[in-house]
Design a protein around this ligand. Structure first.
Ligand code: GTP
Ligand code: MG
Length: 137
């Protein structure tokens, strides 16, 4: 499809970077289809990151992602999933390219400012996790 899902993670929301990150997203050619500020309970965060359940960083990740409010968005652009991952940069900010969102705003491999879906299938699942049909335009 032509959609992807993103979250501005708790560290970036806490540091007042919602506007700057949203600006980079729109400047990158993405249209915001849906947007909300919300907070994940640890149960919901655990469910969202279920695929990482067996990884050593899972518990820390769930605690971090439920530590403060996040901003969830559905984004639209041709080739959305791959192009958005290019715009955010590598998971580890030390490896993120110049000009990417994570290069600018990520603090660590865990507190890395933004999430981006890794496939069309997951973009659909993750968007549905946060947004009803009448919240998308
Ligand atoms: P997302 O867009 O958030 O899914 O990041 P990603 O696709 O670049 O990375 P991945 O799905 O592999 O990991 C999900 C999240 O777990 C990352 O964004 C980090 O917040 C965290 N994470 C990944 N690898 C590590 C790690 O080695 N250590 C720690 N502490 N956290 C990690
Ligand atoms: Mg991922």
């Amino acid at each position: 499809t032509n959609q992807t899902f993103t979250m501005i993670k708790p560290d970036a929301v806490q540091d007042n970077h919602i506007g700057a990150i949203t600006q980079m997203i729109e400047a990158g050619g993405f249209r915001i289809v849906a947007l909300k500020k919300t907070k994940l309970t640890s149960e919901r965060a655990g469910q969202f990151y279920e695929v990482h359940k067996e990884r050593p960083f899972y518990e820390g990740l769930v605690n971090y992602m439920s530590s403060g409010p996040i901003v969830a968005m559905i984004l639209e652009k041709e080739n959305a999933v791959a192009d958005f991952r290019k715009l955010i940069g590598a998971t580890n900010p030390a490896q993120a390219e110049e000009g990417t969102i994570r290069k600018k705003f990520a603090k660590s491999v865990e507190a890395n400012a933004v999430h981006g879906s890794d496939s069309d299938e997951n973009a659909q699942i993750e968007g549905d996790f946060f947004f009803a049909a009448d919240e998308r335009f």
